[in-house]
Design a protein around this ligand. Structure first.
Ligand SMILES: CC(C)(COP(=O)(O)OP(=O)(O)OC[C@H]1O[C@@H](n2cnc3c(N)ncnc32)[C@H](O)[C@@H]1OP(=O)(O)O)[C@@H](O)C(=O)NCCC(=O)NCCS
Length: 168
């Protein structure tokens, strides 16, 4: 199985909607990720990311030629200019096969090679042990817990901040 990250293409619409339209994916993401994830949602996403200015910050995750998810960076501004958040999702049929681990490895390497960053981080809901394991496997460490900072599905949760500093 070969996992790669690559820029989004207009052709990705059907696979994007097929895998993104899943409550089990959405449950672990912020509410700006649409649910239900319609064709219009997919078109709006592709409108934003296809042919976006370089260097790219959003990528499709491709597994053996199929779009299996997405991964991206949010570059911070102001005094946080040296930090970026990383976020990702994998279509449910591809879970448990090491896809997120490999995609995170690739974007971490890309981020430090491409941008003048010193800090990459992810913010993970407390229930999402699989994502925390993906970060741990990539050398990210648990920096802290923001108690009761997330309100999702009518449930108040902690979120866990995982960090990988440049060169560590
Ligand atoms: C979380 C998610 C990204 C994981 O993707 P994935 O491709 O299945 O992850 P991988 O296969 O690379 O690794 C998963 C690891 O978590 C482990 N794991 C899975 N469920 C677990 C659980 N309930 N408790 C502890 N570890 C768990 C797996 O065993 C594996 O670790 P291992 O290699 O040591 O065995 C994927 O489930 C997903 O996209 N979920 C919805 C969106 C999301 O959560 N995005 C991240 C937001 S921070």
């Amino acid at each position: 199985m070969i996992t790669t990250i690559r820029p989004w293409k207009q052709d990705d619409l059907d696979e994007l909607v097929l895998y993104a339209n899943n409550r089990n994916v959405w449950n672990n993401l912020r509410n700006y990720f649409p649910h239900p994830y319609t064709t219009e949602s997919g078109l709006a996403w592709l409108e934003k990311v296809v042919d976006a200015p370089l260097p790219a910050i959003n990528f499709a995750i491709e597994v053996d030629g199929t779009v299996a998810g997405g991964i991206g960076l949010i570059l911070n501004g102001d005094v946080y200019i040296k930090s970026a958040e990383v976020g990702y999702w994998i279509g449910e049929p591809f879970w448990g096969k090491g896809v997120a681990t490999e995609a995170l490895r690739q974007i971490t390497e890309y981020a430090y090679a491409t941008f003048d960053l010193v800090r990459l981080y992810a913010e993970v809901f407390e229930s999402n042990k699989a994502s925390m394991r993906v970060l741990e496997k990539n050398g990210y460490y648990l920096e802290g817990v923001r108690r009761k900072s997330v309100f999702k599905n009518e449930i108040l949760m902690d979120d866990f901040i995982w960090v990988k500093l440049r060169g560590w």
